[in-house]
Ligand binder design. Structure first.
Ligand code: SF4
Ligand code: SF4
Length: 307
């Protein structure tokens, strides 16, 4: 998956939960995993997509008129066979009911858009975080963008699902201050069943990064574990991760409690609804923090970390 030039589906500003300090986020489109609890489903496909937000539609019919392929018989209905993804409908929709996810941006354009935030990012001890999707699917582009930001004195973080080609990603890693490394299911077969790919390469990448860090040769490695009741919160799973991280010399991680924030996006993109996961209670989160603490690992919730 992936090509040399990614699509970017969002730039977010003044964020506090994705690395040290105040950060701007660059969202890359395309992910090799399909975790059922994902809150950024618009990141899954590497190609551009059209979302329909029915609550914003004013029924003007402009999309029906503008479509050169006659792929929209009525508002909210798009014939996937006929659609050629020209985006004329989304560009002419007056109420943003039709929204395009994913546009090409050059690294230089992204830097210029973020430039007004640079002073705040610097004084807060923050920077820019690449997230998605999986930015490391586009290692050359990501390394170019990170290099430009670093030359401006901006710290760069990578949030990754961990499934990437370590060799191709080396120039990117060289530019980073921190890698926020997502961990989910320890058991390889269970990971494949739930997330759509084996995690052997993911664990190997985590180990390689942690070993490099221990030799003072790479970015800080900071795992993040989504806490999803019934999925990632089994004692065996958590214990296995705690022992593994401890063995790698990693002494901190972030526990990210599940929250059903991405539910609307699934509907807008015509995806089936997510399975009905539960939000973990404060008591459950504290138990998980204790479990990691017992292995010598400090567990934080997002925004509370001491990086
Ligand atoms: S993207 Fe283009 S072809 Fe597809 S429905 Fe919209 S206007 Fe028609
Ligand atoms: S152009 Fe937009 S607002 Fe108008 S009918 Fe189509 S989707 Fe609805």
């Amino acid at each position: 998956m992936g090509s040399a030039e990614p699509l970017i589906f969002s730039l977010q500003h003044f964020c506090l939960h994705d690395g040290p300090g105040i950060r701007s986020l660059v969202f890359f489109k395309g992910c090799p995993l399909r975790c059922p609890w994902c809150q950024n489903v618009e990141s899954w496909k590497a190609r551009a997509e059209i979302a329909f937000k029915s609550h914003l539609c004013i029924g003007c019919g402009i999309c029906v008129e503008k479509c050169p392929e006659h792929a929209i018989p009525e508002a909210g209905k798009r014939d996937a066979e006929k659609c050629r993804f020209c985006f004329a409908c989304a560009e002419s929709c007056p109420s943003d009911a039709l929204t395009r996810f994913g546009i090409h941006r050059t690294p230089e354009e992204i830097v210029e858009e973020l430039r007004p935030e640079f002073p705040l990012l610097k004084t807060s001890g923050g920077g820019v975080t690449f997230t998605g999707g999986e930015p490391a699917l586009f290692p050359e582009f990501a390394a170019r963008l990170a290099g430009l930001l670093r030359r401006e004195g901006i710290d760069v973080a990578l949030e990754t699902c961990g499934l990437f080609d370590m060799k191709k990603t080396a120039p990117l890693l060289h530019e980073l201050g921190i890698v926020l490394f997502d961990i989910k299911i320890f058991d390889a077969e269970q990971h494949r069943k739930l997330c759509g790919a084996d995690n052997t390469a993911i664990s190997q990448n985590l180990q390689t990064l942690a070993e490099a860090r221990s030799r003072h040769e790479g970015p800080l490695v900071w795992p993040r574990l989504p806490l999803v009741p019934g999925m990632t919160d089994g004692q065996d799973n958590l214990k296995a991760w705690a022992v593994f991280l401890s063995g790698l010399g990693i002494d901190s991680l972030t526990i990210v409690p599940y929250h059903p924030m991405g539910a609307n996006k699934r509907r807008w993109l015509g995806l089936p609804p997510a399975p009905g996961f539960r939000v973990p209670s404060d008591a459950e989160i504290m138990q998980v923090e204790q479990l990691f603490s017992d292995e010598g690992i400090r567990a934080f919730t997002p925004g509370e970390e001491s990086f």
